[in-house]
Structure formats: structure tokens, C-alpha cells
Design a protein around this ligand. Structure first.
Ligand SMILES: [Fe+2]
Length: 319
């Protein structure tokens, strides 16, 4: 067990601050503060997206060219937990204290990660129950049609890594993350908690991309919000990469959009939840394990019907 509870903050270095500001506003985040050098958004539970100009020299080094994530800040439940975590890893990694007082290190991928007592709060929001054949969980209540999404939390981040074994040693052996599922030799789904949702971190080794961001993912309250949120983002003119759809691994309903801050962002809901009893599975990296089904190009915000794209535009079936 790592002692960490989840992602508190993702810091991007971006080439177009105004465009990224518009994107994350349309994405449904709340604006916390803005200046020429920094824009801060937050989710309902106060996990933060921070935007800074890519050439800001105070940013940690980039792991790829262009707009991308420059730092991930992980939260611990208390100062006691944070201190215990830091003392456990102190002999195995190089920790440096930044001007903000946070302890930082560099992961096996060259990405800067930092640690703090979590600033996240209980958002208090409730999802909508679904009715199954054996149990009416929603009685005298219609399921909602959401006009837009309000992301609850930054649930996971996904990176391409050049050396999956080095990543396993760093995050599992050194930091204490748990493996939930894996594509042997290709990908590791990791959760920083023993009991919790399917993954907070997914690391992917592919022949064609060595190092970089794949996506940042936002958990919504229920599957209805994934649909309503995605349609809203589409109506604002942002382009779907893939979605809506469903991942057989994690069970989540998803919708991926191209993001001007770098790579992709994802809305999702209805992810599997695990305890210490869960035994990590191994999966073949085949398309049907990535998506049970998915719509390429998304759904039009105007017609509410699927957008047609050429078969040749199909994105690679990798997570
Ligand atoms: Fe994801």
C-alpha cells in the first residue's frame, strides 16, 4: 500500500493558454484563479488542473515536445500518512523540496511527481442509481439528462513509457502501488490505494511511441453524465477521439476528446471497485479488450446522432 489516496493536481505546460482555458471551462471545471502566467481549475472535489505557458522556466522538464503534462501531484490522507510515505521512499528515490514546500521526485519516465497532504474534499454529489432486472434502485425518479458535465475528480493519468519494467519497479516496488490488471509487457493498470477504483495510473509501452502523455481522466457521477457531458463538449466544437464506448477492462463507460493542453482527456463513469482480495488479471492486448464497443468521432451536439468518420480515421485500439 502506498499511503497515497489519489491525484490532487495535474500541471500542464501549454502553448495556447486562452484555448486551453476555453477547453477546460467547456469541460465543466470551475475556474479558481487566473493570471497571465497561471490558470487554475478545479473539480467538484477540488482536484486541480493547472495551466502554465509551456516556456515557463519554473515548470518541471517536459517528457515530450509540445503541450503536455509537466507534473502530477499525489495526495495523502494526513500529514502522518504523508510523512510515513516519504520516509519509506526516502532511501530509494531522490527527494527535493520545492519553493512551495512540496517534496518532489522524478519517476522512471522522467516525469516530475510531487506529494502533499490531500487538498481534496468530499464533494457530496450522488450518482443516479440504475434499475436492474432483479432490483429497482431508482423508484419514482426519472434518470437525468445532463446539459453538461461537472467532473467530480481527476481519477487517473495515463502515460506512454519506454520501459514498462522500470515503471513497475518504480511505482509498485518503490512507491507501493497495487497492480489491478495488466497487459503483460504492454501495460500496467495501477491503483495507489489497496481498496478503491480500478486505476489511478495506467502505463503503456508501445513500439511506436516511446514517452509521453496519453490522457488525463475525469470521473463523473454516473453514465448519464458521460453522455450529457460528451454531447455538450461536442456541441462546443471540440473533437472526439473515441466515444462514447465501454471498456471491458474496468467496465467504465468512456468518452475521449482531443485536448489542446496535450493528448486526450476522458470522461468516464461506472468503473469497477476493488479490495485487497482482488487478484490482478492478465489480458491480451487485443482491440476487444480495449473497447467492447465505441463510436469513432463521437455524437453531434446538434443532431444527437453519431458523427461519421472514415474507417481509415479509426484510432489505434490501445488505451
Ligand atoms: Fe482512462
Amino acid at each position: 500500500m502506498s499511503g497515497l489516496t489519489g491525484i490532487d493536481r495535474v500541471v500542464y505546460g501549454v502553448e495556447d493558454m486562452a484555448r486551453c482555458r476555453q477547453f477546460f471551462s467547456d469541460w465543466g471545471l470551475s475556474l479558481v484563479s487566473e493570471s497571465a502566467g497561471e490558470i487554475v481549475f478545479e473539480t467538484l472535489e477540488k482536484s486541480q488542473i493547472v495551466l502554465r505557458p509551456a516556456d515557463d522556466e519554473s515548470l518541471p522538464p517536459a517528457i515530450e515536445t509540445g503541450s503536455t503534462v509537466r507534473e502530477v501531484v499525489w495526495g495523502a490522507a494526513s500529514q502522518t500518512d504523508l510523512d510515513a510515505f516519504l520516509s519509506r521512499i526516502a532511501s530509494k528515490v531522490t527527494l527535493t523540496e520545492g519553493a512551495d514546500g512540496l517534496q518532489r521526485t522524478t519517476d522512471s519516465n522522467g516525469l516530475t511527481i510531487a506529494f502533499q497532504v490531500s487538498q481534496r474534499v468530499d464533494s457530496g454529489v450522488k450518482g443516479t442509481p440504475t434499475n436492474t432486472v432483479d432490483k429497482a434502485n431508482r423508484i419514482d425518479q426519472a434518470a437525468p439528462v445532463y446539459p453538461h458535465a461537472e467532473p467530480v475528480r481527476i481519477a487517473h493519468v495515463v502515460f506512454f513509457v519506454p520501459d514498462l519494467e522500470a515503471a513497475r519497479q518504480f511505482y509498485v516496488d518503490t512507491l507501493g502501488f497495487n497492480i489491478t490488471d495488466e497487459y503483460p509487457g504492454r501495460g500496467l493498470f495501477l491503483r495507489c490505494v489497496e481498496e478503491g477504483t480500478h486505476h489511478n495510473l495506467f502505463l503503456l509501452q508501445t513500439p511506436d511511441k516511446k514517452r509521453g502523455l496519453n490522457h488525463v481522466s475525469f470521473q463523473l457521477r454516473d453514465i448519464y453524465e458521460v453522455t450529457g457531458g460528451g454531447i455538450h463538449v461536442s456541441k462546443q466544437g471540440w473533437e472526439t477521439q473515441l466515444g462514447p464506448g465501454r471498456h471491458p477492462i474496468s467496465s467504465a463507460f468512456f468518452w475521449y476528446f482531443f485536448c489542446p493542453a496535450g493528448a486526450l482527456v476522458e470522461y468516464y463513469s461506472d468503473e469497477d471497485y476493488f479490495t485487497a482480495d482482488w487478484q490482478a488479471r492478465q489480458h491480451e492486448p487485443v482491440p476487444e479488450n480495449y473497447a467492447e464497443w465505441a463510436i469513432v468521432g463521437g455524437i453531434s451536439g446538434d443532431t444527437r446522432r453519431q458523427k461519421y468518420r472514415e474507417e481509415s480515421d479509426l484510432p489505434p485500439l490501445k488505451k
